[in-house]
Design a protein around this ligand. Sequence first.
Ligand code: 13P
Length: 252
Amino acid sequence: MARRKLVAGNWKMHGLASDIAEVSAIAESAKEYGEVDVALCLPATLIERASRAVPTFAIGGQDVHGAQKGAHTGDISAAMLTDAGAKLTIVGHSERRTDHGESDAAVRAKAETALASGLDVILCVGESLEVRERGDALAVVTAQLEASLPTNDTASFGATGLAVAYEPIWAIGTGKVPSIADIAEMHAALRGRLVAAYGDAGQAVRILYGGSVKASNANEIFGVDDVDGALVGGASLKAEDFLPIVEAAAGR
Ligand code: 13P
């Protein structure tokens, strides 16, 4: 099945008002690649400013609470994200799972609430180095996906409302990338689980790869079956690093 590629940047805890010019530069250049979806998931403090600067470009959050509202100091709700102009949000990034002890059940609740509120969702899964080295990556990551997948009616979020990002923890920010065969094996397994969960609609869910994606490896990674784009950290902070990845996704 042909799926439109999605290249999303995750700025993590980087970015001040002075960086909005970089967001604008990325959004402006991304217009040249109409065959690819491009998004930037920014720190919460920049979402509204960025959305005003580039109103037609997809700005996203990096986390959302599973509850609609309530006594949750420091958290951000789906309504707050959409109110600020966000079109999407990441949920279940390994840095949230590790730093904040987020369970699969919490990640599922976040995804369900975000989708029900009209936000698109990038749901992250991935294994530690220890799990990869003992040969359990497929079992652990597919179990993580099954336990975190939202149970919303797929018709309610449509073909592109949900994406899954496979991000091996040991590949994040390290310059290390799994072999092409390992990426292909994992993405095929995740596709199987998505189809088992959602039927035909599972064919439309995009599966992104994330972890040390750069201009130099993007072409090869995007050539893998069932790799439908990328979630990019460090290389999304500057237009000069990010745009070549978008170009690779466009197949140019
Ligand atoms: P890097 O691209 O910096 O390895 O980060 C990947 C990531 O965690 C994106 O969410």
